[in-house]
Design a binder for this molecule. Structure first.
Ligand code: HPA
Length: 273
């Protein structure tokens, strides 16, 4: 059971003995960050047999191992989504790999739609909690005991000390930082205005199609988790305008420079959290 991630890990280990301390998942439009770091090894997902490959435009699909400042990091340039047809177990396989490579902390980033009406496109939102009730759990199936327990606690998914470091970082850089609850849907369709009203009633501030399942898998294996969303658009019915992937990518690109600055500053701080 679970030979798949073990097989993938073996293949990566044949290419590099690198031990990341922090893993960062770069969401749509944010992948450029990986291009600027001091690299130790680059492993395209396509070179790992059995690895789930992203089909989404704007996702490059590779691991970049290297250093941000002095911190050894594993950057995931691109992720797979449940809507692409992969099982949830496959969707979180890269997270498990990173944990098994030695990462103790993980920073999840994504593009998300703003549900909270005080948000605006281009805002960054630090994730303080999540709603994953609309997607299947990535832990369904036989429990890989070597990773974690059958019924893991999820009462504090987003690490409080890491959150404090992210606040500090945004403050130091003068980048405004929202905070809120991220809700994951399966996608791929964007939500209806009625769904967005429901999600607001349920306490969600932002909505997207990734991240929450990854956070669950990461917590399951004891990783400490943080998350930052780029609010690329207001959710359906909030702004009145129609939604498009193009808009999501465009806003992501426009905010990429600030996001890069934020990540560069956050990572060494997270290392000390
Ligand atoms: N809904 C779901 N996922 C998203 C959105 C959205 O409005 N924007 C970016 N990812």
């Amino acid at each position: 059971m679970n030979e798949k991630w073990e097989g993938c890990l073996r293949q990566i280990r044949e290419k590099t003995a690198f031990r990341p301390r922090i893993c960062v998942v770069l969401g749509s439009g944010l992948g450029d960050f990986a291009d600027g770091i001091r690299k130790e090894a680059v492993v395209p997902y396509g070179e790992i047999q059995g690895f789930p490959i992203s089909t989404v435009q704007g996702h490059k699909g590779r691991f970049v191992f290297g250093y941000v400042g002095e911190v050894p990091v594993a950057l995931m340039q691109g992720r797979v989504h449940y809507y692409e047809g992969y099982s949830m177990t496959d969707v979180v396989l890269p997270i498990r790999l990173m944990g098994r490579m030695g990462a103790e902390k993980i920073l999840l980033t994504n593009a998300a739609g703003g549900i909270n009406t005080s948000f605006a496109p281009g805002d960054f939102m630090m994730i303080t909690d999540q709603i994953a009730s609309f997607v299947p759990s990535p832990l369904i199936g036989p429990n890989p005991e070597e990773l974690g327990e059958r019924f893991p606690d999820m009462s504090s998914i987003y690490d409080l000390a890491m959150q404090e470091k992210i606040r500090e970082s945004a403050g130091a850089l003068g980048i405004s930082l929202r905070e809120g609850v991220y809700l994951q849907t399966t996608g791929p369709q964007y939500e209806s205005p009625a769904e967005i009203r429901m999600m607001r009633t349920l306490g969600a501030d932002a909505v997207g199609m990734s991240t929450a399942c990854e956070a669950i898998a990461a917590r399951h294996m004891g990783l400490r988790v943080a998350g930052v969303s780029c609010i690329t658009n207001m959710a359906a019915g909030v702004g009145g305008a129609a939604l498009s992937h193009q808009e999501v990518e465009e806003t992501g690109r426009k905010r990429a420079a600030d996001f890069r600055r934020l990540l560069e500053d956050i990572i060494p701080r997270l290392d000390r959290a």
